[in-house]
Write a protein that binds this ligand. Structure first.
Ligand SMILES: *Cc1c(COP(=O)(O)O)cnc(C)c1O
Length: 342
């Protein structure tokens, strides 16, 4: 089976499992786990922040960032299609009493001019605008990269208006490899940054949230509150450390594979690639209704041994990752051609 549903479906490699088994561990809730500490220090250094903290998921790192930056009755700004707004059950409202105000983008990217008038005045009728969140790369935007000059001007705008800024960098390493910029450079304009090790980097579990020491100390308290304290988490941190060492540069291979899939999508009549090109490892395309629904398309591809995700009534998402070879990608391309009678 060729699994293109997500870059989270990868299994740890034998070498990664070896690294996990060798990890020195402690109790990271009572005090510390040495391998978790090593991962946190390494991640903070890579992201150019004072400190970082390891958590079970990117949902938790995002939600704890929101909680630490904001208080109940505060509002944050984010792009309409972003993960924090669409795929985290409105946890910011359920758990932290926050309100989201969305900004429509194009493939996850919006302009500075759209922020005009988005900070509410100090008025007792209104929520307080407190934070802005960006996502890089954008999942629903088809793995698009938020242009760095725009990131810099948006974060400068936020600072000017007294807002904090948070980056959902679940796939920040993909953006770094694709642009040739370091993750530190991409993270620099933000007060806090979340990165996932369980996506393209191929670790089984885990994310880190980075920021100032003071921010991370508050995040550690919130992590316990949210049930994210993990004891011998060094076994998981070891997988993430291994991934940082061995699985970053190879993301370029995933990007080439996604490009190959996108080329095939563009050859086929009735399929329309989101954004007209692919920048990283996510390929999203629309299917014309005369060819059936996305669910039909996914079911027929499954019969050919290729798993994809129906991402809307007429939308399909394919994500490349380290468990796919060039020949798997060619097989998937042939399956799509066969399905559409080419
Ligand atoms: C996957 C993802 C997350 C976090 O997901 P978890 O499954 O909770 O680890 C956050 N943001 C984006 C953009 C993602 O793709």
């Amino acid at each position: 089976m060729i699994d293109l549903r997500s870059d989270t479906v990868t299994r740890p490699t034998p070498d990664m499992l070896q690294a996990m088994m060798r990890a020195p561990v402690g109790d990271d809730v009572i005090d510390i786990d040495p391998t978790v500490v090593q991962l946190q220090e390494k991640t903070a250094e890579l992201l150019g922040k004072e400190a970082a903290i390891f958590m079970p998921s990117g949902t938790m790192t995002n939600q704890i960032a929101l909680r630490v930056h904001c208080s109940p009755g505060d509002e944050f700004l984010c792009e309409t299609e972003c993960h924090i707004y669409n795929y985290e059950q409105g946890a910011f409202a359920q758990l932290s009493g926050l309100v989201a105000r969305t900004i429509p983008g194009h493939c996850g990217v919006f302009g500075l001019d759209q922020l005009d008038g988005m900070v509410r005045p100090d008025n007792e009728h209104m929520v307080r605008t407190r934070l802005i969140c960006l996502e890089n790369t954008s999942n629903r935007g088809g793995g698009s990269i938020f242009p760095q000059s725009l990131v810099e001007s948006i974060c400068a705008w936020a600072k000017h208006h007294g807002l904090c800024s948070h980056l959902d960098g679940a796939r920040l390493f993909n953006a770094a490899v694709a642009t040739g910029r370091s993750v530190g450079e991409l993270a620099a304009p933000f007060d806090s940054v979340s990165v996932c090790f369980s996506k393209g980097l191929g670790a089984p579990v885990g994310s880190c949230l980075a920021g100032t020491k003071e921010f991370v100390a508050k995040a550690r308290r919130a992590r316990k509150l949210f049930g994210g304290g993990m004891r011998q988490a060094g076994y998981l941190a070891a997988a993430a450390l291994y991934a940082l060492e061995h699985h970053v540069d190879r993301l370029a291979v995933d990007h080439a594979h996604a490009n190959r899939l996108a080329e095939t999508v563009q050859e086929l009549e009735g399929l329309h690639l989101l954004g007209g090109s692919v920048e990283t490892n996510i390929v999203i395309f629309k299917i014309e209704p005369k060819l059936g629904t996305a669910a039909d398309f996914a079911r027929r591809l499954l019969e050919e041994g290729v798993q994809v995700m129906a991402f809307g009534p007429q939308s399909i998402r394919m994500v490349t990752h380290l468990d796919l070879s060039a020949s798997d990608i060619e097989t998937a391309c042939s399956a799509m051609r066969r399905l559409l009678g080419r």
